[in-house]
Ligand binder design. Structure first.
Ligand SMILES: [Fe+2]
Ligand SMILES: [Fe+2]
Length: 226
């Protein structure tokens, strides 16, 4: 059962992985993803930097798509700035460690979710907010896992510092939806897109077979019962 993030997400331990339970998500991340992510910290940092920049890009894209919507700009402009601050924070840590930013083949997750966005308004706007919120929610969930389980204390601190803002980000997208559409309609579409988000994640194996922030790895039992 998917619920809106009206309050901060709660974390609960699951067998096999101390997985964070995020209310938007239809299935939690698996221990297998966490193991892969912990094994490739440098790769994950590079991917993380790309994710932060993409999150800023999504917020900017929405501002360009709806240029006369000042209420939207009031929310998305600070959000885009904050994502770029995160990008810079990750870059700074990478520089300290001698890790260069390089292009990475993205997992198909984001493209798959974008395909689910309806083309006609107002469905397009609602879906765009919900998809952006779901991606934020998944990022938050996985950062929470790394903040708790990464063996490297500096990485635990980095992910821990970013958690609060990422939780706020999916809350912001939820509020944008709630201000514009009836709650029941938002909930219904969120349920559909959250199920798709899990399917997109299950299929999101990068071509090089390694790990990404949004690569495959969810608890299968939870998928079956969701
Ligand atoms: Fe961020
Ligand atoms: Fe974010």
């Amino acid at each position: 059962m998917i619920q809106p993030a009206a309050s901060p997400p709660s974390a609960a331990s699951l067998p096999g992985a101390a997985a964070a339970r995020i209310r938007w998500l239809a299935a939690p991340t698996s221990a297998a993803w966490l193991e892969q992510a912990i094994a490739r910290p440098d790769l994950l940092l590079i991917d993380h930097a790309h994710c932060e920049r993409k999150a800023a890009g999504v917020a900017l894209q929405l501002m360009f798509r709806y240029p006369g919507d000042d209420a939207l700009a009031a929310v998305l402009s600070p959000l885009a700035r904050e994502e770029l601050e995160h990008f810079e924070l990750v870059l700074a840590l990478m520089a300290c460690r001698g890790i260069a930013l390089r292009p990475l083949q993205a997992s198909p997750y984001g493209a798959e979710l974008t395909r689910a966005v309806r083309r006609e308004e107002p469905g397009r706007m609602l879906d765009s907010f919900l998809v952006a919120g779901l991606i934020e929610a998944r990022s938050h969930e996985r950062m929470a896992l790394l903040a708790e389980h990464a063996p490297d204390p500096e990485l635990r601190r980095l992910y821990g510092e970013l958690l609060a803002s990422e939780a706020r980000h999916f809350g912001l997208y939820w509020v944008l939806c709630e201000q514009r559409w009836p709650r029941a309609l938002v909930m219904e579409r969120l349920g559909q897109l959250a199920a798709l988000e899990v399917q997109a994640l299950l299929a999101a194996q990068p071509a090089d077979g390694t790990v990404r922030f949004h690569s495959a790895g969810v608890v299968q039992d939870a998928v079956a019962s969701s």
